[in-house]
Design a protein around this ligand. Structure first.
Ligand code: CA
Ligand code: CA
Ligand code: CA
Ligand code: CA
Length: 341
């Protein structure tokens, strides 16, 4: 049978839904990059932003200095389709380090059991250094993504003086009900807080000190419902936001020398603007109806065949359920999207 005949024969099987498409934009400049540190006097407008820990120190979040980074996606991915209208298949954030040989590269997650109090000998960590982590962002005190901006005040009343548990925007994990959990004190609270991604680079060996201008990439495919839902919710609003943290200790204070922790160029930094060191975000996103698998605006045989081929190749595009498994549940979810109006 000719392709066109098959298409014709199958086109009556399902009405065509809203046009779907697979888009892969790269967004070259953040809409927001902000140093989330309790004592930052100029929120949103520093030339550098750093990430460090105050390990198990009462009165401070374990993840003491975080970097909030956001990207306006509305120019590439139309907002307003609702949470079901978006699924991130792959995302890569790139951030470039501005300090020279300040911290040791660790490319793997460190369990909370490997940390000791500030000042105690660091003997539990089996690989040198601490990783740089990528998390989603949660909000407290009634703030949300639309009301917390680059220059909103950091917080109000701390849980423990002077600054613990008060940040209005925090590194978070999301559950399947869409509730954010603050991971800023996961050492004190003794739970594993595995990030969406850990920053990696090809140009430095794990265990070595990181030179200035090293680019770190954070790549991930969301594998749980809570993460997928929150990413979709953000795309629906037209802006993706992340929190970057590291538990490299703030020895000597944040302004003491070059820092034994990662410091990144911000979008306000003229050097970063000239040399392209500002944060970037690359995405592959399915926008619109999953049933229109090839995104041509029609639901027909070619969507079924394309889906089945992608599924048999473990192509992330075929993981309709967004759990990073390729199985019957994806077939079932695809068929119901395919059959839906
Ligand atoms: Ca590690
Ligand atoms: Ca380590
Ligand atoms: Ca189609
Ligand atoms: Ca799946």
């Amino acid at each position: 049978m000719q392709r066109s005949t098959i298409a014709l024969a199958c086109s009556f099987l399902a009405a065509s839904g809203a046009q779907a498409q697979l888009v892969s934009p790269t967004i070259g400049t953040p809409s927001l990059d902000r140093w989330m540190y309790p004592f930052n006097g100029s929120p949103g407008f520093r030339l550098e932003v750093s990430a460090f820990g105050a390990t198990l120190l009462e009165g401070f979040d374990d993840h003491d200095a975080q970097v909030l980074v956001g990207f306006d996606t509305s120019g590439d991915i139309a907002p307003g389709l609702g949470e079901d209208g978006y699924r991130i298949i792959e995302a890569t954030l790139t951030m470039t380090v501005s300090n020279d040989l300040g911290f040791t590269y660790d490319d793997t997650y460190d369990s909370y059991t490997t940390y000791v109090m500030v000042g105690e000998p660091d003997i539990l960590d089996t690989d040198p250094g601490r990783p740089i982590n990528l998390f989603l962002v949660g909000y407290r005190e009634g703030f949300d993504q639309t009301t917390f901006s680059e220059s909103t005040a950091f917080g109000f009343v701390p849980e423990v003086e002077p600054a613990q548990g008060m940040r209005r925007a925090f590194a978070a994990q999301y559950d399947s009900a869409g509730i954010a959990m603050d991971v800023s004190n996961h050492l004190k609270d003794q739970f594993e807080a595995e990030p969406l991604a850990i920053g990696v680079t090809d140009t430095v060996n794990p265990g070595d000190l990181v030179p200035a201008d090293t680019a770190f990439t954070f790549s991930f495919t969301p594998c749980d419902q809570g993460t997928g839902l929150e990413l979709a919710r953000m795309l629906d609003l037209g802006e993706l936001r992340f929190a970057v943290t590291s538990m490299n200790p703030a020895s000597g204070g944040p302004d003491g020398g070059s820092g034994n922790y990662p410091i990144f160029y911000s979008k306000e930094n003229p050097i970063a603007q000239i040399f392209g060191y500002t944060a970037t975000l690359s995405l592959t996103v399915r926008v619109g109806d999953e049933g229109d698998f090839n995104g041509d605006g029609e639901k027909d045989f070619f969507d079924v065949s394309g889906f089945l081929t992608a599924l048999s190749n473990d192509d992330p595009a075929a993981d309709i359920t967004g759990d990073c498994q390729f199985d019957f549940f994806d077939v079932s979810a695809f068929l119901s999207a395919f059959a839906a109006e």
